[in-house]
Design a protein. Structure first.
Length: 232
């Protein structure tokens, strides 16, 4: 649960707020001034009652017949998610995944500039990737202190992910986004979010299998002669 004044925001609600915020950004870009809970629910893939409950934690209840003010909701959610200030990010691992993440402009646009990219491979140290120059992992404590970094991203093989997490924590990082296919152990007070692409694909395959089963077996063409014989 997340504290906000006297109210406690459930983690499930916190997880949905970025989804709502992305939708609201799009609506604002389209010039939409107000949005109903039903429309926001439809776009977010949840029910309207859940949207209203989630927004009530922000102290926003909307107006009957008008809905919610899009601009004000963006302000409320941005404030709640801490997006009123930039959060410098360090990525550990300058392989294909780490480089792709460092080159992704969306992080900078959303307030998460990738200020450092670190690796143990001496051939990568000094290489410019995105807006960051690759530094050696041994420089991590200095970089975290100088850059005011609290968020670290692990883009390494699973075999070294726990060691990397330990070094991030020792350097002062208190929030970790883990792309390695392992479960990390971190001290109390350190937040970890795991992104497992293989798991996400397996979930998609489940829904594809259900969709295929519901559609039934594919229709097979019947030879023309058979059709004539059947009608004789």
């Amino acid at each position: 649960m997340v504290e906000r004044g006297r109210r406690r925001i459930p983690e499930a609600t916190v997880a949905r707020l970025p989804v709502y915020l992305r939708i609201l950004y799009d609506l604002a870009t389209e010039g939409v001034a107000n949005v109903s809970s039903e429309r926001l629910a439809e776009l977010a893939g949840v029910n309207a009652a859940k949207v209203r409950k989630d927004l009530s934690y922000l102290g926003s209840y909307g107006t009957r017949g008008v809905g919610y003010d899009v601009e004000y909701l963006v302000y409320q959610m941005s404030r709640e998610l801490g997006l009123h200030r930039p959060w410098p990010v360090v990525i550990v691992g300058a392989g294909n995944l780490g480089q792709a993440l460092a080159n992704y402009a969306g992080f900078q646009e959303r307030g998460f500039p990738v200020v450092y990219l670190v690796d143990v491979d001496a051939t990568k140290v000094g290489v410019q990737i995105g807006q960051a120059t690759v530094r050696h992992l041994d420089d991590l404590p200095q970089l975290v202190q100088e850059g005011g970094v609290t968020i670290g991203v692990i883009a390494t093989p699973g075999s070294v992910a726990q060691e990397v997490a330990d070094r991030l924590v020792q350097a002062g990082v208190t929030a970790i986004l883990n792309f390695a296919p392992v479960v990390l152990t971190v001290p109390r007070g350190v937040s970890v979010r795991k992104v497992d692409l293989a798991v996400e694909l397996q979930i998609l395959s489940y829904y594809e299998q259900r969709r295929s089963a519901a559609a039934g077996p594919p229709l097979q063409a019947v030879p023309a002669g058979s059709r004539r014989g059947a009608s004789a």
